[in-house]
Design a protein around this ligand. Structure first.
Ligand code: ASN
Length: 297
């Protein structure tokens, strides 16, 4: 089988397995939002993709984070295969992990704790791997890749500890050294976005997490508990040096009442790339959008 066809088959099984699993867990699927008056601030991606219509700018969705917080007011468990446009700098073309258009499976649970969504994430990930093994195991083996098997719970390491033990490049190092997926938890407040909830018991530390793939495949999943109280959200926006005015739609929602929630997003191309053992996520997509590169179609 051609590499492109294998990638399509695995992607299709990953999408189907995710839907199956989440439906059994009581989730409903949202249609994606492509254009929004407010989207993820993402401190590491300074460029914004914007279109002007009806007298105002609209942003191409960088993540559905605020829509997820709004959606759990209506329904307690939601997910979406969300296309995201992030104008990554061209230097990120060769990381093997960045496309400027990609899809994430983004989910949110009203009233959940970080630990609850971590547990859900582990079970979801293992379910997807088992389904891929069943449906595409032979094709992958012919390609020279065995679908790995892991058992949960996965190890957890606090951000500060990982940095102390492994130095500046600790995230890549942890992913390279690890034989199983591993959680990085408790990021310092200034390392992440304003919507990640500060731990009331550890000021300056967030109730958030990333899951890292083993074998050097890097970040798999990112999420956490959310700030949901108006005053806390305002304080966090200002702390990041952002303007309250840019986040007016979110503040209006918070004023009306947001629920506590937790959730995460899993990049689909990275997940399929990891399962297939591809060195670059561009190999997963038929029409990849590599930062700074031309596309034929
Ligand atoms: N999906 C992520 C989350 O739920 C946000 C992101 O993609 N930046 O926290």
């Amino acid at each position: 089988m051609k590499r492109e066809a294998l990638a399509l088959e695995v992607t299709s099984v990953v999408l189907g397995a995710s839907r199956d699993f989440l439906a059994k867990e009581g989730f409903i699927e949202l249609l994606p939002v492509i254009l929004a008056p407010v989207t993820d601030p993402l401190r590491t991606t300074p460029e914004w993709a914007t279109i002007f219509a009806y007298g105002r700018p609209w942003y191409l969705t960088r993540s559905m984070i605020f829509h997820k917080q709004a959606a759990v007011r209506v329904y307690p468990k939601i997910f979406c295969f969300s296309p995201n446009v992030r104008l990554e700098p061209p230097e990120r073309a060769q990381t093997g992990r960045h496309l400027f258009e990609f899809v994430q499976l983004d989910l949110e649970v009203r009233g959940a704790t970080r630990e609850e969504v971590m547990e859900l994430g582990e079970r979801l990930f293992l379910y997807i791997l088992a389904e891929v093994r069943k449906e595409c195991g032979k094709a992958l083996e012919a390609w020279g890749r065995e679908v790995p098997e892991y058992s949960r719970p996965f190890l957890r390491i606090p951000w500060h500890k990982a940095r102390q033990e492994l130095g500046e490049d600790f995230e890549a190092e942890l992913s390279r050294q690890s034989k199983t997926p591993i959680w990085l938890v408790d990021f310092p407040i200034d390392q992440r976005e304003f919507y990640d909830r500060e731990d009331p018991e550890q000021p300056g530390i967030l109730r958030d997490m990333d899951l890292l793939y083993p074998e050097g495949f890097g970040e798999a999943l990112s999420g956490g508990e959310r700030e949901y109280q108006l005053e806390r959200i305002k304080a966090r926006i200002l702390r990041q040096g952002l303007s309250l005015d840019s986040y007016r739609p979110l503040l209006a929602l918070a004023e009306d009442g947001l629920s506590p929630s937790a959730g995460f997003g899993i990049g689909i191309e990275r997940l399929v790339g990891f399962i297939c053992g591809f060195p670059h996520v561009a190999q997963v997509r038929l029409f990849p959008r590599v930062p700074g590169e031309e596309a034929l179609l």
